[in-house]
Design a protein around this ligand. Structure first.
Ligand code: HEC
Ligand code: HEC
Ligand code: HEC
Ligand code: HEC
Ligand code: HEC
Ligand code: HEC
Ligand code: HEC
Length: 536
């Protein structure tokens, strides 16, 4: 078996932000209204602020795995308990991700490494259930890493430890939620200049005054998700800063035709681009045409608020609906033209139809699983970027046609991939899947030589060494990978098996024990434990 996976580079944490509180002395009103928005509250420490969770329906059995979960409110946080047969355990949920507008997921720390909880809270039904992406698992899975990209969209001042997959400083982020500086850029110099009274040089980004691409990049850094986001060569998914163009760091890829056909798309950006308003008004029309970045209208004012935004461009009479029908709907323009779906999922979805159809569209079918992806909005990318996008989506979907396409694009580039460990690792993985061990090893070795933190390459190199009979060298690789993410399942199992094979029972037992922390009901680990000679 191979360790699949799409691993981003762990980026340096970047400039430490001044923090939103530093803006209070001079922008108190904006600070107060922004603090109440879902964006400002999209992450934090569990138990630190008023929490939306309810616990009446906090116990359930996940049908696929037969695991019983229970979320328990504690005076200073939330515990997650799990039971299956005689196996039971508990984790303290340290951080939340998601304001709870739709729902929230949780992360817990294990020796400085951050992992996603298998259970999330869903607000509308007020109940707990397995997290998105965990539904198909048939066992307890406590080893999904929270990588910096996740926090880069949900928190501010991410403090990742370099050369690890999911280790952070004692507090993983400087500030919970999307802080002021995620849209305005670092504030320290602005504060200094303003305190000096030097109004001439503002030293801060005002998004609405940037050129349209840079302006839209501010929101797109988080709201343009697409089918895949690929960090450009030498960049990372978290290196974008306000004032820059997103395309210089990241290219987003989507399914072709998705917009034209009104098929399901992955983000507000893609939907909006398909609207008649955007096509006719071009750069003038953007997220800020309707959304005030610092506040969300209260429910009672919502219809009137958005009507005011429509009427900035449309005459009321431009609408061709019967006046009586409009009156009956309280002339809620957005209510008719931007209908909401009732999908409830804390995955990433667009609930309000941002393609602004004249009439509501028939419910949208999922985008096809065909073999093409196209770059969307954030520049054209190059063959390397497209190849990585195809490989990434192929791994998620187990889509063989996309995998072939990825290989056909990337293999010819092999001689040019020096200095591009992400692409080398991916090419190694594509060779691996084709059963071409020798080429795979060559690519993995180059990837790891350039970036020792390439965990997939490291683990699979270990596998190749083991197959060649070099167990001690293989063990070194697997231990290296596990030092960068102790929750990796395959290298832990391999390591335990290798120790057992070498007759090193105590080491094998340690490896199994460590693995069971993350995979308590793993048949491979339990089986191995049963076969090991009893401790003496
Ligand atoms: C010492 C006072 C002070 C502090 C602290 C301060 N600002 Fe300002 N800020 C000002 C003044 C004065 C202006 C210009 C006049 C105005 O718009 O009110 C300004 C203007 C701005 C503008 C508009 C810039 C433009 O080009 O029009 C932004 C954006 C901004 N501040 C963001 C921030 C953020 C974010 C923080 C916290 C990181 C912050 N400010 C902290 C005083 C301050
Ligand atoms: C590229 C940016 C991006 C990344 C990466 C990302 N998210 Fe999100 N997330 C969003 C945006 C934007 C929303 C708002 C809804 C939407 O547009 O889909 C959201 C919504 C959510 C919500 C629902 C919140 C609510 O109540 O409305 C949860 C929960 C969530 N994300 C969890 C996660 C977790 C956990 C990860 C990483 C493992 C993650 N997200 C990675 C951008 C991102
Ligand atoms: C989600 C992105 C985003 C966040 C977060 C954000 N802003 Fe803004 N801010 C904007 C945009 C966009 C504009 C321009 C609005 C316009 O002119 O249409 C703006 C304008 C401003 C301005 C100048 C115009 C005005 O309204 O006075 C100030 C000052 C400001 N922001 C301060 C802050 C402070 C302080 C925070 C944090 C408490 C903050 N912003 C958080 C996006 C953001
Ligand atoms: C650093 C990442 C990030 C940036 C930058 C960002 N957003 Fe968001 N935004 C999110 C996340 C995450 C959520 C989901 C919040 C939650 O947990 O409910 C969200 C939610 C929203 C929502 C729905 C909730 C609400 O507040 O009404 C709107 C509207 C929105 N963003 C608009 C914008 C606009 C406009 C911009 C650009 C000016 C922008 N965002 C920039 C991450 C971001
Ligand atoms: C920045 C200006 C602008 C804003 C804001 C705006 N629109 Fe438009 N919209 C246009 C233009 C221009 C067209 C094309 C000409 C026309 O049909 O009037 C258009 C077209 C449309 C169409 C016809 C689309 C089609 O596919 O035939 C609808 C429906 C529509 N707008 C509804 C709305 C609603 C509802 C809002 C508010 C939620 C809104 N618009 C906000 C500029 C705007
Ligand atoms: C023509 C007006 C309009 C424009 C432009 C617009 N939105 Fe919205 N957006 C809405 C309305 C209306 C809602 C529903 C608000 C509600 O139900 O309270 C909404 C809701 C959202 C939400 C909450 C989740 C959901 O789907 O209901 C997010 C996130 C969001 N918008 C992001 C964006 C982003 C990012 C952009 C720019 C790419 C954008 N919006 C542009 C009108 C607009
Ligand atoms: C009761 C639901 C409803 C409300 C409320 C409503 N509309 Fe419409 N609107 C429609 C329908 C239905 C059509 C399409 C009629 C058709 O094409 O036969 C339409 C058509 C339009 C068009 C396209 C006209 C064209 O030339 O094709 C625009 C623009 C528009 N509406 C804008 C608005 C604006 C702005 C508001 C709020 C001031 C609004 N609508 C309120 C239902 C509504």
């Amino acid at each position: 078996m191979l360790l699949a996976g799409v691993l981003g580079v762990v980026a340096a944490a970047g400039l430490e932000p001044a923090g939103s509180r530093a803006c209070v002395p001079c922008h108190a009103a904006i600070y107060r209204s922004y603090a109440a928005t879902p964006m400002a509250r999209t992450s934090g420490r569990v138990g630190a602020a008023s929490s939306p969770e309810r616990f009446e329906r906090s116990e359930f059995t996940h049908a696929r795995s037969g695991v019983r979960y229970r979320a328990v409110a504690q005076p200073d946080g939330i515990d997650l308990e799990f039971t299956r047969d005689s196996i039971r355990g508990r984790r303290r949920l340290d951080f939340y991700i998601g304001s709870g507008a739709v729902g929230r997921s949780y992360a817990f720390l294990s020796e400085g490494f951050l992992f996603q909880a298998p259970v999330s809270y869903y607000s509308a039904p007020a109940r707990w259930d397995v997290s998105p992406g965990f539904g198909e698992r048939d066992r307890i899975h406590l080893g999904r890493p929270i990588e910096p990209e996740c926090l880069a969209c949900h928190a501010t001042g991410v403090r990742a430890v370099a050369a690890t997959q999911n280790r952070y400083e004692s507090t993983p982020f400087a500030e919970g939620g999307v802080g002021c500086e995620r849209c305005h850029g670092p504030g320290a110099r602005h504060i200094e200049a303003m305190a000096r009274g030097d109004q001439a040089s503002r030293e801060i980004v005002q998004p609405a005054r940037l050129d349209p691409e840079r302006r839209d990049s501010v929101c797109a850094q988080c709201h343009l998700t697409g089918a895949a986001r690929i960090a450009r060569r030498g960049r990372s998914l978290t290196s974008f800063r306000p004032g820059e163009r997103l395309r210089d760091d990241v290219v987003a890829f989507v399914r072709p035709g998705a917009n034209e056909l009104g098929l399901r798309v992955n983000s507000h950006f893609e939907k909006l681009a398909a609207s008649g308003c955007k096509k006719a008004s071009g750069d003038r029309f953007w997220c800020g045409s309707c959304h005030d970045p610092h506040s969300v209208p209260p429910a009672a004012e919502r219809a009137a608020y958005f009507r005011g935004k429509c009427l900035a461009c449309h005459e009321g009479a431009a609408c061709r609906a019967a006046p009586a029908a409009r009156a009956a709907a309280a002339d809620d323009c957005a209510g008719c033209h931007m209908p909401r779906t009732d999908v409830v999922d804390v995955g990433h979805a667009v609930y309000t139809d941002h393609s602004i159809p004249p009439r509501p569209r028939a419910s949208s079918a999922p985008a096809g699983r065909d073999a093409t992806l196209v770059p969307f909005w954030s520049g054209a990318g190059d063959a390397r970027d497209l190849a990585l996008a195809c490989a990434e989506v192929a791994a998620i979907e187990e889509n063989e046609r996309l995998r072939v396409r990825a290989f056909d694009l990337l293999a010819p580039l092999a001689p040019e991939l020096a200095g591009d460990p992400a692409a080398l690792e991916q090419l190694g993985f594509l060779y691996d899947r084709r059963g071409d061990d020798r080429s795979a090893i060559a690519c993995y070795e180059r990837a790891v030589a350039e970036d020792p933190a390439r965990v997939v390459a490291t683990v699979n190199l270990g596998g190749a060494l083991a197959r060649a009979g070099q167990l001690h060298a293989a063990i070194d690789r697997w231990r290296d990978a596990l030092a960068r993410n102790p929750g990796l399942e395959l290298p832990r199992v391999y390591l335990a098996e290798a120790y057992a094979k070498l007759g090193l029972a105590p080491q094998a037992r340690d490896a199994v024990r460590k693995g069971l922390e993350f995979y308590p009901d793993s048949p491979a680990l339990r089986g191995l434990l049963a076969r090991l000679p009893a401790k003496n």
